[in-house]
Design a protein around this ligand. Structure first.
Ligand SMILES: *Cc1c(COP(=O)(O)O)cnc(C)c1O
Length: 225
């Protein structure tokens, strides 16, 4: 990717995000995570030079390779993919800023155990399967609040910071919007319990997500093209 293209992609994104967030409120701040899973370290460095600091990967090995390659840059790394139990120790060692994809109580308990053994903590979001899709990971909306509170109670080494969700797989904007609102309603109930981030919205639906209350978007293809 050329520097000029990176600057243009980022400018376009920021312009749209800025307009979308101002339609919510001047005080509604939205953080952009550049999802670099289909890109090389050199493309991440190019986007860094255009001003982007936070990046995310969906495979532990890719997070390791790229974060080590770009060790010199002051980047913030997020993990957004399915976490297999046999990769938990590797992920802990990479010290990600935020893990978006904690998708069950079982995984939380396993992660907590391994964090305890290493005397470490990890900031995580609970992933919600807001549209009840079999293909998606996450806890069901009906169970989300109880599971969130259970993790708060029984997993002291996990620092829960909010929720993540992927919009409904649909061409119908109303159905996608409904899936975002479902997550936002749960998020609002968890703010008194310390929730800070509602991570929703990707390249195709981030404006809809922001208008539904998202304050963290995960944008890949429209940034790295
Ligand atoms: C790939 C991915 C994204 C980014 O998707 P784009 O459509 O490329 O913007 C966001 N979140 C998760 C969990 C992903 O796996």
């Amino acid at each position: 990717m050329e520097k000029q293209i990176a600057v243009k992609n980022l400018d376009n994104l920021i312009t749209k995000v800025e307009a979308a967030r101002l339609r919510v409120s001047e005080h509604h701040i939205v953080k952009i995570i550049g999802i670099s899973k289909y890109s090389e370290a050199s493309d991440i460095a190019t986007l860094y030079s255009a001003g982007q600091r936070a990046f995310g990967e969906n495979k532990v090995q890719d997070l390791k390779t790229k974060s080590e390659e770009l060790d010199e840059l002051p980047l913030e790394w997020h993990f957004v993919g399915r976490l297999q139990k046999n990769k938990i120790n590797n992920l802990i060692d990479l010290k990600p800023t935020l893990v978006h994809s904690l998708d069950s109580l079982d995984l939380a308990e396993e992660l907590n155990k391994k964090l305890e053994a290493k005397n470490r903590t990890m900031a995580c979001l609970l992933q919600i399967n807001s549209s009840h899709e079999d293909s998606k990971a996450g806890v069901l909306p009906e169970e989300a609040i109880e599971i969130y509170k259970q993790i708060l109670d029984s997993c002291p080494n996990i620092k829960l910071k909010g929720l993540m969700s992927i919009g409904a797989h649909s061409q119908d904007r109303d159905i996608i919007k409904k899936s975002f609102i479902t997550t936002k309603n749960i998020y609002d109930k968890l703010v008194p319990f310390g929730a800070k981030y509602c991570s929703m919205g990707m390249s195709s639906d981030f404006e809809l997500a922001i208008s539904s209350g998202s304050n963290m978007i995960r944008v890949g293809s429209s940034l790295f093209k």
